[in-house]
Design a protein. Structure first.
Lengths: 217, 198
């Protein structure tokens, strides 16, 4: 199925935006205003739906006219485009969105035609599926790792580079015991928050730095 | 704030019109591309695209709910979404240089597509068909797709070393440690702040 590549699912949704000439703020503007206030780091709602690798929301006002002799035509509705790349299956993902980030979902999709609200999660899942488009061709460069596996790998990569730097030229027995401490630190480190701007620091290095500064080093 | 960019990732969204009979040619091309992996080699080798997709919307298949007026269109449309690393200009330049044949096979069926080489009209066409992103999220904004792949290689190597080197005498541990360093040295580049660009 073209919506999937390995264990990654590519969701494409076009939700028609409400058109209400009486509205004080038009619905497309309201969506954009809300999205402009939404954090994009670890405080993002998509960080809570932690299987999300990457996601975007775009208000598509019209199709484009590429110039003559092409025919000029226009859409009758504006559409909210939702593109997401996530781990696992669609039903689980949409259910998580409804249950874990209801405020964000409500703030965005309440401006769309046919949105049933979130009281009935199955109705929301069915609604999104009615707006879903099948992907014709989907490419995922890394398609066999979850978000959490990737965050952990990035944390280990950064930690190992730091470890090597700190332990250059030390005798083997010292490096060996430092490595045991490093690896213990890796295994007990709390998972990184998706969306955060960096990989943070493993506890073993934080402790080392504190000890160094105490020693006046 | 550049909403198309989050950290090292750029979200491109573009839409192009196509005569409906031509979309079948594009579908056939994608079908072949999807089933013959070696044909995706150039896309993989570019190695700065996390995720990309093409979605063809037939003119009668725009989602239609409740009393929303039905669309009345002459063209089918092809949506293109890419999540890539680097700047817009670098991306289009690389696409044009490395994938020109493949891109032409995909987009030549879109109205007024000028071809992917020379690059100036190609960029003008993409700019015309592109939408700005209103909201863009990535779980690992500081990492490129090359960083992600390197990190998984490092994790595999160091996990194996941690298991194998337990309880070894220091000298043997050290030999294994040095082998580990040689194995991962090319994959230890620091992730960090992205460069500024457009």
């Amino acid at each position: 199925m073209a919506n999937q590549s390995g264990s990654v699912y590519g969701l494409t949704v076009l939700s028609p935006v409400l058109d209400d000439p009486e509205a004080e703020v038009s619905h497309n503007v309201a969506i954009r205003k809300y999205l402009s206030t939404l954090p994009r780091d670890e405080s993002s709602p998509f960080s809570k739906v932690s299987s999300t690798h990457m996601a975007r929301l775009v208000v598509m006002e019209d199709v484009v006219f590429v110039g003559h002799p092409a025919h000029e035509e226009h859409l009758k509705s504006q559409y909210l485009v939702f593109e997401s790349n996530f781990d696992g299956d669609l039903d689980t993902y949409l259910t998580r969105m409804a249950q874990e980030i209801p405020d964000a979902v409500e703030s965005v999709w309440s401006h769309c035609v046919g949105y049933p609200g979130l009281k009935n999660v199955r109705a929301f899942v069915a609604y999104i599926k009615r707006c879903q488009l099948t992907t014709t061709f989907y490419f995922a460069d890394v398609n066999n790792k979850t978000v959490q596996q990737t965050l952990r790998a990035l944390q280990i990569q950064s930690g190992l580079a730091r470890f090597i730097e700190l332990n250059q030229g030390k005798p083997p027995s010292e490096i060996q015991s430092a490595f045991a401490e490093f690896w213990n630190s890796v295994e007990t480190a709390s998972p990184l928050a998706p969306g955060a701007k960096g990989v943070g620091e493993l506890p073993c290095f934080a402790a080392g730095r504190a000890a160094g500064s105490e020693g006046g080093d | 704030m550049m909403t198309n960019i989050n950290g090292k990732a750029y979200a491109m969204t573009a839409i192009t019109p196509m005569k409906p009979w031509k979309t079948w040619i594009v579908r056939a091309f994608f079908f072949i591309l999807g089933h013959i992996k070696p044909l995706q080699k150039d896309l993989v080798n570019l190695s700065f695209i996390h995720f990309a997709r093409w979605v063809i919307i037939p003119r009668h298949r725009f989602p239609n709910l409740e009393n929303q007026p039905k669309e009345d269109l002459r063209y089918d449309y092809m949506l293109f979404f890419s999540n890539f690393n680097g700047t817009w200009n670098q991306y289009i330049d690389a696409f044009s240089a490395v994938l020109s044949r493949g891109l032409n096979l995909i987009w030549i069926w879109s109205e007024k597509f000028p071809g992917s080489v020379p690059v100036t009209p190609f960029k003008q066409y993409i700019a015309r068909c592109q939408f700005d992103t209103d909201y863009y999220y990535t779980a690992y904004p500081y990492a490129t797709t090359n960083d992600v792949k390197a990190a998984h290689r490092v994790e595999d190597a160091v996990t194996a070393f941690a298991a194998e080197s337990k309880n070894l005498p220091p000298d043997e541990f050290m030999r294994g440690y040095q082998r580990l360093l040689v194995a991962v040295q090319a994959d230890l580049g620091e992730t960090g702040e992205p460069p500024v660009g457009t």
